[in-house]
Design a protein around this ligand. Structure first.
Ligand SMILES: Cc1cc2nc3c(=O)[nH]c(=O)nc-3n(C[C@H](O)[C@H](O)[C@H](O)COP(=O)(O)OP(=O)(O)OC[C@H]3O[C@@H](n4cnc5c(N)ncnc54)[C@H](O)[C@@H]3O)c2cc1C
Length: 388
């Protein structure tokens, strides 16, 4: 077991850190304040080779291991959570599901869109009546005239209205009206019958829209079906989503590391009672506890990423239990670290003049989106008490 980064990984991490500090940090407050999507950052990421990093060589990608994506996300999130989330969406999520389970034509097309066009595939699972309990979803894709017709509503879909590619979880109904279980189907933005509804006024990560996707008699070709397997389709899609959980955990970790670093620096400058904040042992211990939380989260995330197993098509996916442990721990720990870092600044930390309050709003998401902390605990518990 070797915990050191190799030379290529160090170079990648340095590149991401530099881009974060020099290119993304200066405008991070603007995306938040203006509710504006950072299109210019997507193009910068694309040019730097940080989109589609795990895409197999046969589809034109660099076929890097999942841990490399984690390293890039973590470094960028220190400076801009929104931009780091775009690295997640363009490397994991829908892209991971299609790369693992899609047809060769689907893989080739999604790879091209990400690598050449900078598309940020969206994944549409959640519905007003189906969040943690995804099996309650009501969106249908009915087989008809050699294709599928979708009806239903998704909400809180990251990148909705910006992403051209949308992987939609739907109940697949065959031409005889028989429910084939939950499958995944690709729907392009602009397809007739597909519209964007309400965009959420979210607490944090406000540079990316969280939107409602509405399907009204939306017809797509049969070739858009990614997964249809009455027995295992849903399980496969959720398996594909495990990489996204590692990505989300990495954003949380990066945000927490960024806040922690700012606090350490400030504690060396700010004086109270004739001494620097760093000379108060009570504060040092809070920071030491934060350091432990960061290191523990990092190890869990790196382990889950490094243990990703090869499945179809040269695609590596993490194991469910390791991904859930990493997400449950890092979501919670990162929130605590950002909150304690903000505390070191006193009133200044509570002001919009500094990035701490934004980081606190951003990091809160990671105990909810991508499966809540409780959902992760349920999955971990199920592995401890298997049925039967
Ligand atoms: C910023 C953001 C981005 C998102 N992006 C996407 C996206 O791109 N695509 C997408 O499909 N979805 C997305 N979501 C939705 C997200 O996945 C859901 O919000 C999440 O799965 C929880 O569902 P819910 O909000 O309906 O809460 P509910 O399922 O209603 O849960 C409410 C509360 O009950 C708890 N709970 C529910 N069931 C159990 C149980 N069995 N045991 C213990 N506790 C339980 C939950 O943990 C939660 O605390 C996003 C959400 C946010 C906030």
């Amino acid at each position: 077991m070797d915990f050191r980064l190799d030379e290529a990984q160090r170079m990648l991490a340095d590149l991401a850190e530099r881009m974060g500090r020099e290119q993304f940090a200066p405008k991070a407050a603007r995306w938040d304040r203006e509710h504006e999507y950072p299109h210019e950052n997507v193009e910068a990421l694309r040019r730097a080779g940080l989109l589609g990093m795990t895409i197999p060589k046969k589809f034109g990608g660099p076929e890097r291991p999942l841990i490399d994506v984690v390293l890039a996300i973590e470094r960028i999130a220190k400076y801009c959570g929104v931009t780091a989330r775009i690295v997640v969406e363009t490397n994991m999520g829908a892209l991971g599901c299609v790369m693992a389970y899609g047809s060769e034509a689907q893989q080739r097309e999604i790879a091209r869109r990400v690598l050449e066009d900078g598309d940020k595939p969206a994944i549409g699972m959640t519905e007003p009546g189906a969040g943690t309990d995804l099996t309650a979803l009501k969106t249908t894709a009915v087989e008809s005239d050699g294709g599928y017709v979708l009806n239903g509503r998704k909400h809180w879909i990251t990148g909705g209205g910006v992403s051209r590619t949308n992987l939609i979880f739907a109940r697949i109904i065959d031409s005889n009206g028989v429910d084939q279980g939950i499958g995944g189907i690709l729907v392009d933005l602009g397809t007739p019958g597909f519209s964007i509804g309400r965009v959420e006024d979210a607490m944090g990560l406000r540079g990316i829209p969280e939107a409602e996707l509405i399907f009204e008699d939306c017809a797509v070709p049969a070739a858009n079906l990614v997964v249809r397997d009455p027995k295992d389709g849903f399980k496969m899609l959720m398996n594909g989503y495990n990489a996204q959980r590692i990505g989300a955990s990495s954003v949380a970790l990066g945000l927490a590391q960024g806040a922690h670093d700012l606090a350490l620096d400030y504690m060396g400058q700010r004086e109270a009672f004739g001494q620097k904040l760093k000379d108060f042992q009570g504060l040092d211990w809070i920071m030491a506890e934060g350091e432990i939380k960061l290191e523990a989260a990092r190890l869990l995330i790196y382990r889950a990423a490094c243990n990703a197993r090869l499945i179809r098509n040269n695609v590596m996916l993490p194991q469910m239990k390791e991904a859930s442990i990493a997400k449950a721990y890092s979501g919670h720990a990162a929130f605590e670290v950002v909150s304690e870092s903000l505390q070191m600044f006193g009133a200044a930390g509570y002001s919009r003049d500094l990035p701490l309050e934004r980081m606190l709003r951003d990091v809160r998401m990671f105990q909810i989106g991508g499966g809540t902390s409780q959902a992760q605990l349920n999955m971990i518990a199920r592995s401890l008490f298997p049925p039967g």
